[in-house]
Design a protein around this ligand. Structure first.
Ligand code: C2E
Ligand code: CA
Ligand code: CA
Length: 634
C-alpha cells in the first residue's frame, strides 16, 4: 500500500514536470508573440509566470508534488483569468486554458484543488458575463485574429500534449488492469483447483467428493438408482512410508491413484480422501453384485507389484462400502459407515471388502474404546510381560527368551497383543507401552541373570514408531541403566520394513546402541522386502525366520528351500538364525540339520508368565531332549 502511494507520487511528479516544461515552452512562445505585438506589460507578466513555474519545477523535483501542483495550477489559473479579464473576456481564446488546467488538476492535483479551481473558474466566467451584461466592466473583443489564432493554436497544442499524456497513462493503466484481471482469473482457477484437488495425485479431494455426492443424490431421486460410497484404505502404506521414506510413499500413492482411476467408468468419481485413503462414488451402482465386482477389481489392481528403485513392493487394500439411502442419507453418515466397514475388512487381515451392516456399527466404536482402555491400562499397570524361551538347537539349552506383552484386562481377561498393538500403534500409545516393555524386560532379564542364567539374552519387539523417536537410544540406555543390565543381554527385534529406511538418524541410533553392546535382530524375516542391502548397512546380528516358512518345512519343499537359502545366506553374512514357530520335533531336527542356530516355538514352550518361565528354565535343561520334548511345558 505504502509502496503504491510512493509509486503514484513519483508518477505524478514526473507528469507535473513534463507539463511544466510544455507550459513554459508555450508561455515562452507566447511572450515572443507579445513582444512582436508590442504588448510589453503582458510580456512581463508571462515572463513572471514562467519564472514562478521554475520554482514549481524545483518543488516537484523535491517530491513536494501536492504543494507544487497547487502552486502551479493556481498561478496558471490566475494568469489565464487575468488575461481573460484584461482581453476579450469570455470570448478570449485564453479561456481554452481553463479546461486544460482542469485536466492537469485531475492528473496531478487532488480533489479539493480540482473543486476549488472549477468553482473559481465558474465564478470568474459568471462575473465576467454579469459585468459585461450590466456594463460595470466591458471587455474589448480582440479583433487581432492572428494574435487570437496563435493563442488558440498554442493552447490546443498544449491540450493535445496533455491529453496524449492522459491517454498513455490510461493505456498503461488499462493494460495493467487487464493483465491483473487475467492473473486474478488464473489465480482464482488455481485456488479453486487447489481447494478441490489434491496436489500430489491431482485427484479431487474430500471437499469435491462432498459436493459431487450431493449432486448425485439429487439425481438419484429422479433416476431412482442407488449411490454407493467405497472407502479404500491401503493396508501397509505406513510400512512403506516409514520404511522407504516419504518420497517412496508419495510415488506409491501416485501409482495407486492411477490404478484406481483406471478402474473408474462412466460417471464414477474417485477422490483422495486423506493420507492413504481414497473414496469412490459409484453413481450408477445397480446391485451388490456389480459393486462387489468393482471392489474385487480394485483389490486386484492394488495388489499388483510396485517397483521403487530396487525394491519390489506389494500393497493390499481394505475396502468398506455403504449405499445410499439404506446406510445413511447424508455424506458424513455414509462415509462413517463405509469407514466402519473398511475397518471390518482390515480387522480380518485386509485385502478384502465389506458392505456396511448395522452390526458393524456397534464394533465401529471399538477403536476409541480400546484406545481409552489402553491409556487406562498403562496407568493402572494392567500389562504383563510373558516369555518364550529360545533354544540352542545344538546344545538344547535355553539361551534367551522373547518378551511378549499381555494385557490383563479387569473385565475381558487376558488379551493378546494382536488385538491391541495395532490400535496402540495407530494412536501413538505404542511409544509409552514400548518404554514400559523395555524397562520391564530389562528388569526381568537382570533377575534371570541373578538366578544364574549367565549367557542369557532377552529379545524385545520394537515398533517403527518407537525406533524413529529421537530419544529412542536414550530410552534404551535408561532402561539398561535403571535395571543395571549389561547391554550385551539385550536384543531388539525389528521388522525388515523398518530398516529399508536408511535415514541418517536411524543409522545413528542403531550404531549408537550396537556400540553400547545391544544386538539387533530382524523379526519375521522373509515376509518383507526383496532388497536385502540393509543387512550390510545396519549392524544386524540375528535373523528370525518367520514361522510361516518354518511351520510345514518338512512337507513343503518350497519353504524348505527358502529356509535353507536364508540359513546359508545368514552364514555368509555371519548372522545367527532363529527359527520361529517350531511346533514339532521333526521340524526342530530338520532345522538343526540345516544348521539353523536356534529355535523358538510351542515344541519347547508356549509363551508363559515370568514365574513359569523361571521354573521352566531352572529345572533340568536337559529335559529339552528328543525323547522328552514337552516334559517341561505347563
Ligand atoms: P512375533 O514377534 O512374531 O511374536 C511371536 C508370536 O508367535 C507370539 O504371538 C507367539 O505366541 C507366537 N508363537 C510362538 N511360538 C509359536 C508356535 O510354535 N506356533 C505358533 N503358531 N505361534 C507361535 P503373540 O505373543 O500373540 O505376539 C504376536 C505379535 O505381537 C508378535 O509377533 C509381535 O509382533 C507383537 N508383540 C508382542 N509383544 C510385543 C511388544 O512388547 N511390543 C511390540 N511392539 N509388539 C509386540
Ligand atoms: Ca518378535
Ligand atoms: Ca516373529
Amino acid at each position: 500500500m505504502i509502496k503504491n502511494k510512493v509509486l503514484h507520487s513519483n508518477i505524478k511528479a514526473k507528469r507535473l514536470i513534463q507539463i511544466l516544461w510544455a507550459v513554459e515552452f508555450v508561455l515562452f512562445l507566447s511572450s515572443i508573440q507579445k513582444i512582436y505585438a508590442g504588448e510589453y506589460f503582458h510580456t512581463f507578466l508571462i515572463t513572471l509566470t514562467n519564472i514562478s513555474l521554475v520554482l514549481v519545477y524545483v518543488l516537484a523535483k523535491q517530491q513536494k508534488v501536492q504543494f507544487a501542483a497547487t502552486f502551479a495550477l493556481s498561478i496558471m489559473t490566475i494568469f489565464a483569468t487575468f488575461f481573460m479579464w484584461s482581453h476579450g473576456g469570455i470570448y478570449d481564446p485564453i479561456l481554452l486554458a481553463y479546461p486544460c488546467i482542469l485536466i492537469v488538476a485531475s492528473m496531478v492535483g487532488n480533489k479539493s484543488l480540482f473543486i476549488t479551481l472549477i468553482v473559481f473558474m465558474g465564478l470568474s466566467v459568471l462575473l465576467n458575463t454579469l459585468s459585461n451584461y450590466q456594463g460595470w466592466y466591458i471587455n474589448e473583443i480582440d479583433t487581432n485574429y492572428i494574435d487570437s489564432s496563435i493563442t488558440t493554436l498554442l493552447i490546443i497544442s498544449l491540450v493535445s500534449y496533455i491529453s496524449w499524456m492522459v491517454y498513455s497513462d490510461f493505456h498503461v493503466l488499462w493494460n495493467q488492469l487487464f493483465d491483473e484481471h487475467i492473473q486474478a482469473l488464473a489465480s482464482k482457477r488455481k485456488i479453486e483447483k487447489l481447494i478441490h484437488h489434491d496436489i500430489l495425485t491431482g485427484l479431487p479431494n474430500r471437499m469435491m467428493a462432498h459436493s459431487i455426492f450431493k449432486k448425485s443424490i439429487s439425481k438419484e431421486h429422479i433416476k431412482q438408482t442407488k449411490v454407493c460410497l467405497m472407502f479404500i484404505d491401503i493396508d501397509n502404506f505406513k510400512q512403506v512410508n516409514d520404511g522407504l521414506g516419504h518420497k517412496a510413499g508419495d510415488e506409491l500413492l501416485k501409482e495407486l491413484s492411477n490404478r484406481l482411476s483406471n478402474e473408474m467408468q462412466g460417471e464414477d468419481f474417485l477422490c483422495r480422501f486423506a493420507g492413504d485413503e481414497f473414496v469412490i462414488i459409484l453413481q450408477s451402482a445397480k446391485d451388490e453384485e456389480i459393486i462387489s465386482q468393482i471392489a474385487l477389481n480394485i483389490i486386484k489392481a492394488i495388489r499388483a507389484p510396485f517397483r521403487y528403485q530396487n525394491n519390489e513392493l506389494f500393497c493390499t487394500c481394505s475396502i468398506g462400502i455403504s449405499v445410499f439411502p439404506n446406510d445413511g442419507d447424508d455424506f458424513d453418515a455414509l462415509i462413517q459407515n463405509a469407514d466402519t466397514a473398511m475397518y471390518h475388512s482390515k480387522s480380518i487381515g485386509g485385502n478384502s471388502f465389506h458392505f456396511f451392516n448395522t452390526y458393524m456399527d456397534r464394533q465401529g466404536h471399538n477403536y476409541i474404546a480400546v484406545v481409552t482402555d489402553l491409556r487406562n491400562a498403562l496407568k493402572e499397570g494392567e500389562f504383563e510381560l510373558y516369555f518364550q524361551p529360545q533354544i540352542d538347537l545344538l546344545t538344547q539349552k535355553i539361551i534367551g527368551a522373547e518378551a511378549l506383552i499381555r494385557w490383563n484386562h479387569p473385565k475381558k481377561g487376558l488379551i493378546f497383543p494382536d488385538s491391541f498393538i495395532p490400535q496402540a500403534e495407530k494412536s501413538g500409545l505404542i511409544v509409552e507401552i514400548g518404554e514400559w516393555v523395555l524397562q520391564s524386560a530389562c528388569t526381568s532379564c537382570k533377575s534371570f541373570i541373578e538366578l544364574g542364567f549367565s549367557e542369557f539374552s532377552i529379545a524385545v519387539n520394537v515398533s517403527s514408531q518407537q525406533l524413529k523417536r529421537n530419544n529412542f537410544a536414550q530410552t534404551v540406555h535408561s532402561a539398561l541403566k535403571n535395571s543395571n543390565l549389561p547391554a550385551k543381554h539385550l536384543e531388539l527385534e525389528m521388522t525388515e520394513s523398518l530398516l529399508i529406511d536408511n535415514s541418517v538418524e536411524l543409522k545413528q541410533t542403531v550404531t549408537y546402541l550396537s556400540d553400547l553392546g545391544v544386538s539387533f535382530s530382524i523379526d519375521d524375516f522373509g515376509t518383507g522386502y526383496s532388497n536385502l542391502s540393509y543387512l550390510q548397512e545396519f549392524e544386524i546380528e540375528v535373523l528370525k525366520i518367520d514361522r510361516t516358512f518354518v511351520k510345514d518345512i518338512e512337507h513343503n519343499p518350497k519353504n524348505k528351500a527358502l529356509v535353507t537359502a536364508i540359513i546359508q545366506m545368514a552364514k555368509g553374512l555371519s548372522l545367527r538364525t532363529v527359527a520361529e514357530g517350531v511346533e514339532s520335533e521333526e521340524v526342530a531336527n530338520l532345522l538343526k540339520a540345516l544348521q539353523c542356530d536356534s529355535g523358538q516355538g510351542y515344541h519347547w514352550s508356549k509363551v508363559i508368565p515370568e514365574k513359569e518361565f523361571i521354573n521352566l528354565s531352572t529345572s533340568n535343561i536337559a529335559s529339552f531332549t528328543r525323547n522328552n520334548p514337552k516334559s517341561l511345558l505347563n
